[in-house]
Ligand binder design. Structure first.
Ligand SMILES: [Zn+2]
Length: 89
C-alpha cells in the first residue's frame, strides 16, 4: 500500500492515558516463567468469555504475551480454565 494511506493516526486522549499504564505486569513482577497452574493470574488476562486478551489490552510485552498465551492454553488442556465461557452464571 502507498505510505500516505496510513497517515491518519488517532491522537491519544487524556482518557486513554488514565486507563492503564503500559507496562508489562510480568516484567514488573520479574516473572521469568508463567505457571499454567497459576489460574488466578491467567484469568486476569482472559475476557469474561474465556478468550485470551490482546496485547494492546493486557499491556504485556511480546515475550510475556506469548508465554502467557501458551500458559493459558496449557491450563485449558489441564481443565483448569475453560475453552469457552459457561452459560448463565
Ligand atoms: Zn514482559
Amino acid at each position: 500500500m502507498p505510505p500516505t494511506s496510513r497517515k491518519k493516526r488517532r491522537r491519544p486522549s487524556a482518557a486513554d492515558a488514565r486507563r492503564r499504564p503500559k507496562v508489562c505486569q510480568f516484567c514488573k513482577d520479574k516473572t521469568d516463567y508463567i505457571d499454567y497452574k497459576d489460574v488466578a493470574v491467567l484469568r486476569k488476562f482472559m475476557s469474561d468469555r474465556g478468550k485470551i486478551r490482546a496485547r494492546r489490552v493486557t499491556g504485556a510485552c511480546p515475550k510475556h504475551q506469548r508465554e502467557m498465551a501458551i500458559a493459558i492454553k496449557n491450563a485449558r488442556e489441564m481443565a483448569l480454565l475453560p475453552y469457552i465461557a459457561q452459560r448463565g452464571q
